[in-house]
Design a protein around this ligand. Structure first.
Ligand SMILES: [Zn+2]
Ligand SMILES: [Zn+2]
Length: 110
């Protein structure tokens, strides 16, 4: 993944001859393609990393969707939520909530 040194926009692969380049669609800056990124699929957008454990990466919580649910601890009405596969793959994933206000985390038993 390469970014434009001028404006920070992600560079797009452009197959042109004799050598393909990475081009910034915003400001037009081009960069030569390095040997490690010579194929378009190698600079495809990265898949989102799966969220692993509760409280592992706090900063990732902030990007999660929120829902209107009452926190059992402080009574705040909005919480982040996500699904987590807790055991074997044939069991349904567990839904977790984290209070937006106090950070209390709980799971929903189905
Ligand atoms: Zn640019
Ligand atoms: Zn709370």
């Amino acid at each position: 993944m390469k970014f434009c040194p001028k404006c920070g926009t992600r560079l797009r692969y452009r197959a042109q001859k004799p050598n393909p380049v990475l081009v910034c669609e915003k400001c037009g800056t081009t960069q030569p393609v390095e040997p490690s990124v010579t194929r378009p699929e190698e600079i495809a957008p990265e898949a989102g990393e799966p969220i692993k454990v509760v409280g592992d990466k706090e900063e990732k919580i902030k990007t999660m969707p929120t829902t209107n649910i009452d926190c059992p601890k402080c009574g705040h009405g909005t919480a982040f939520w996500w699904f987590l596969q807790t055991r074997s793959g044939d069991e349904p994933p567990t839904q977790f909530f984290r209070c937006e206000k106090c950070g209390h985390t709980w799971r929903q038993y189905s």
